[in-house]
Design a binder for this molecule. Structure first.
Ligand code: SAM
Length: 234
């Protein structure tokens, strides 16, 4: 069996008891931490399990045979199948005759409920990557526009290490339907320090948040309970 195990959002203690019991029995444990920037305290986890854990690069996960062995676990930050491309691992393992078991965990996609916005009112998720001068992806603006057209909130994931100010700069420069008066929320380190701020984009631009990782949310029309939460974080 190849186990894909979510470590949750804050640290390895967010893993389920079932995940720990599986890790105790696994012959090999790997960690991929390139899809999310949480700093897992590997040394403490290794000490607790009495086993070595090997960190893998994207290339080692995607283009090598390292993880395709029986009785092996791959730790993934957050939930292993949310905003990762790890369904590919499931398909590849199954083609090789290795069964896969997913152990889910907390994810940014559920943690955004801390904002008070209703999860069923979110539309498509998009992400903003670090961009080169001559390459500006169109999909973030297109997706936010589509979401607004069906009155759905937009969750915008940021590239690893990106500060929300850079994301705000990107959407102000590239999405012509967004301006300084557009409402937005920023969340950082949800599940850890859980920092949330809200306001007009023009106001948020002047705020500082150092904690990582971060997301930006462009809410659509809000229910009055959502408005109450939005105002609480102003
Ligand atoms: C590619 S997604 C991977 C999501 C992860 N598999 C999960 O289930 O949460 C990583 C991005 O999600 C956002 N993110 C992840 N964890 C977060 C947290 N605890 N607080 C705020 N944003 C977070 C950041 O924008 C980060 O760059």
């Amino acid at each position: 069996m190849l186990y894909l195990i979510g470590t949750g959002l804050h640290d390895f203690k967010d893993m389920s008891l079932r995940a720990f019991e599986i890790l105790e029995k696994c012959d090999r444990i790997f960690l991929e931490n390139y899809t999310s920037p949480q700093n897992i305290d590997l040394a403490s986890l290794e000490k607790r399990l009495g086993k070595k854990i090997q960190s893998l690069s994207r290339e080692e996960v995607e283009s090598s045979e390292l993880i395709y062995k029986k009785n092996t676990a791959l730790l993934v930050i957050g939930d292993p199948l949310v905003a990762t491309t790890h369904q590919e691992i499931v398909n590849t393992a199954e083609k090789k005759g290795i069964s896969v078991k997913i152990i889910h965990s907390s994810s940014i996609v559920s943690a955004i409920c801390e904002t008070g916005l209703h999860i069923y009112k979110f539309g498509k998720i998009t992400s903003i990557p670090f961009t080169q001068k001559d390459f500006k992806p169109k999909s973030p603006c297109n997706i936010i526009k589509q979401n607004i057209s069906i009155n759905a909130h937009s969750l915008i994931l940021l590239d690893i290490g990106m500060n929300f100010k850079e994301a705000i700069g990107f959407i102000l420069d590239n999405c012509d339907f967004i301006n300084e008066k557009t409402k937005a929320m920023v969340c950082a380190d949800l599940g850890g320090k859980s920092i949330i701020i809200s306001g007009d984009i023009g106001e948020l631009k002047d705020k500082e948040i150092k904690e990582q990782p971060q997301v930006l949310i462009i809410p659509a029309e809000m229910h009055f309970t959502e408005e109450d939460s939005f105002n609480k974080f102003r």
